[in-house]
Design a binder for this molecule. Structure first.
Ligand SMILES: NC(=O)c1ccc[n+]([C@@H]2O[C@H](COP(=O)([O-])OP(=O)(O)OC[C@H]3O[C@@H](n4cnc5c(N)ncnc54)[C@H](O)[C@@H]3O)[C@@H](O)[C@H]2O)c1
Length: 390
């Protein structure tokens, strides 16, 4: 193989960098994990940011490492004292803050030290890959591409690989095989378009589904009862997922995407509903602030979930809605049969109508954008299944 990867350098030890370093360590690779030096820090303090990221990763649930001893494969350092270590790396991946300028500056520094055959990549979720590598040499551009992992990277199967028009096809092919065989991922090759495949279709379908629910008077528990395993999706369904992702992130990603796609005739769906904006303003961001659409509370010695009343903006005990359509749909058999049944009942039942209309919009959007964002329809299916459990 032309680019054997044995040693990896991950730049940025935040949520993604530390977890990707752990996953590379799981695969038996040696990893350097580096981050910035806090301003004015001396001695041991110079590694305090990378150390904090590494320690957060060690405590992550579900665990990022397959076993704790694999942490020995990871060597910590910082961008000022240890940058020369990049000379040893066969693959250098940046996962720093989502801003173009620091990413470009980092690429210029990497170019000065990386060995000739090293593959360089970025984990950006949405900045155009070609922009990050702007200003670098042709030789650097040939071995540069996007490697977009999903959170948490050990568990979510999707790895989007995003070449630019300059990336050497041999590098793309090597990374695809490496991603599949060494890291155990499901690889989808995406085009370098805003938010790539998963987050493009995922943002649209998430926001459309939420807007449709909020505009048509559906209840939070009601939607979560019909958009989970019943239609082949995770338990987090719609509103629990929003709480898990963080409402600020969801709104931010959708708003950024909106700006990047002026030609997209469906982009208005990305504009957040006023309920979402009000929640962000009130710091009801979901799990990270303790309350979002749901709030975990202790009642009579038990942990239970209260739910946000969208009229009063106060929390009340969550109900377990007994929806007749759900009970009948569940008796229909496999996922295909359940979906066919729900769609057939859409004119007479409002919950079935919700499923039909939101599903139809998502599928239509994916079909409409397919040629622009992906090389095949199957790649869109894979991205949604492996990245979102859809
Ligand atoms: N969080 C996710 O779910 C997710 C998923 C896929 C991709 N991404 C992408 O991965 C990258 C990292 O995201 P994250 O969620 O791990 O972020 P994070 O905020 O957890 O970590 C970012 C890291 O960048 C470092 N940093 C801050 N300012 C810097 C600067 N000026 N120069 C260099 N480093 C700096 C920080 O010390 C921090 O460790 C981003 O490009 C993001 O879009 C995130």
């Amino acid at each position: 193989m032309p680019y054997p990867i044995q040693r990896v350098a991950v730049l940025g030890a935040g949520t993604m960098g530390a977890a990707i370093a752990a996953h590379a360590a799981n695969a038996g690779l040696k990893v350097d994990l580096l981050d910035i030096v806090p301003p004015g820090a001396q001695g041991k303090e110079r590694n305090s940011i990378v150390k904090a990221g590494f320690e957060r990763m060690l405590k992550a649930k579900p665990p990022a490492l397959m076993e704790q001893s694999l942490a020995e494969n990871i060597r910590l350092g910082n961008f000022e004292d240890d940058f020369e270590r990049l000379k040893e790396a066969d693959w250098i991946m940046e996962a720093i803050i989502e801003r173009l300028e620091p990413k470009q500056e980092l690429m210029a520094r990497i170019e000065r030290v990386a060995k000739e055959k090293a593959i360089i990549s970025t984990n950006t979720s949405g900045i155009p890959i070609a922009k990050i590598v702007e200003g670098r040499s042709e030789a650097f551009k040939r071995r540069f591409l996007g490697t977009h992992f999903f959170n948490p990277p050990r568990y979510l199967k999707l790895l989007e690989i995003i070449p630019t028009t300059d990336t050497d096809p041999e590098v793309v092919e090597y990374m695809r095989t490496f991603g599949e065989r060494v890291l155990g991922k499901g690889v989808v090759i995406a085009k370098d378009t805003p938010n790539f495949i998963g987050n493009r279709v995922g943002s649209y379908s998430g926001m459309q589904a939420m807007n449709y629910a909020l505009n048509n008077g559906y209840g939070i528990e009601e939607i979560d009862a019909i958009t989970g395993p019943l239609i082949g999706r995770p338990n987090t369904a719609t509103f629990r997922l929003a709480d898990q992702v963080g409402l600020d992130i969801m709104v931010g990603v959708a708003q950024n995407l909106y700006e990047l796609i002026p030609e997209d005739q469906f982009r208005e769906e990305l504009l957040p509903h006023e309920v979402l904006l009000r929640m962000v303003k009130a710091n009801l961001l979901g799990n990270k602030t303790g309350s979002g659409f749901y709030k975990r509370v202790q009642r009579a010695g038990k942990t239970v979930f209260d739910v946000l009343d969208l009229e009063t903006f106060e929390y009340r005990p969550a109900q377990n809605p007994k929806l007749p359509i759900v009970q009948t749909a569940q008796k229909q058999g496999d996922l295909g049969a359940r979906l066919r049944f729900l769609v057939s009942k859409a004119d007479e039942d409002r919950d079935a109508r919700y499923i039909r209309d939101t599903l139809m919009h998502s599928l239509m959007y994916a079909a409409w954008r397919a040629a622009e964002i992906a090389h095949s329809l199957l790649d869109i299916d894979h991205a949604m299944e492996w990245g979102f459990g859809h």
